[in-house]
Design a protein around this ligand. Structure first.
Ligand code: FES
Length: 165
């Protein structure tokens, strides 16, 4: 990374952090403010690095341990950068008995990723879900908002190839 790129990233971080300071002011006195602020921060920044959690704790006058405790308790908060696309393979009962595990293994093979990881190229984050409402056509998986039904390991290449960006 050259000096100019580093400078740009730093400027960008400062801009985002200043927006988060505004959010803290906005939600400060509302009930459940910490969770709302963390949601909004993750929406803006993509994830919740420790530096950001420290800023939020400081701005709210709360101990850092309270903020990190909430972030680690809820699975929808992430402390690592997420991929551009999120793959969620359903492991609810219907999908599990109809081959959901084979879909998981197929994706692990193709992407060289374990559940919860993000690919090195930043393309995919790989997660599991517990029913995505397509039980009648199990096994199912979802990429971003799109649901794929009756998935087989043989269909995975075609599905993944639609996400080349
Ligand atoms: S159990 Fe997989 S969609 Fe419902």
């Amino acid at each position: 990374m050259n000096a100019q790129t580093a400078q740009c990233k730093c400027t960008e971080d400062r801009r985002k952090f200043s927006e988060i300071a505004n959010l803290v002011d906005l939600y400060r006195d509302t009930e459940g403010s910490l969770i709302q602020i963390l949601h909004a921060a993750q929406e803006m920044y993509g994830y919740l690095p420790m530096e950001l959690q420290e800023i939020i704790a400081g701005a709210l006058g709360k101990p850092l341990s309270e903020v990190t405790g909430v972030v680690s308790f809820y699975s929808f908060f992430s402390t690592k950068p997420r991929g551009k696309h999120t793959i969620r393979v359903c492991l609810g009962t219907a999908c599990y008995v109809r081959g959901g595990k084979k879909i998981i293994e197929g994706l692990q093979d193709k992407l060289n990723l374990e559940i919860g990881e993000t690919s090195e190229d930043g393309r995919f984050t790989f997660e599991v879900a517990r029913c995505i409402g397509a039980c009648g056509l199990a096994p199912a998986m979802m990429i971003d908002g799109k649901v794929y039904k009756q998935v087989t390991p043989q269909k995975l290449d075609a599905i993944l190839n639609a996400y080349t960006d």
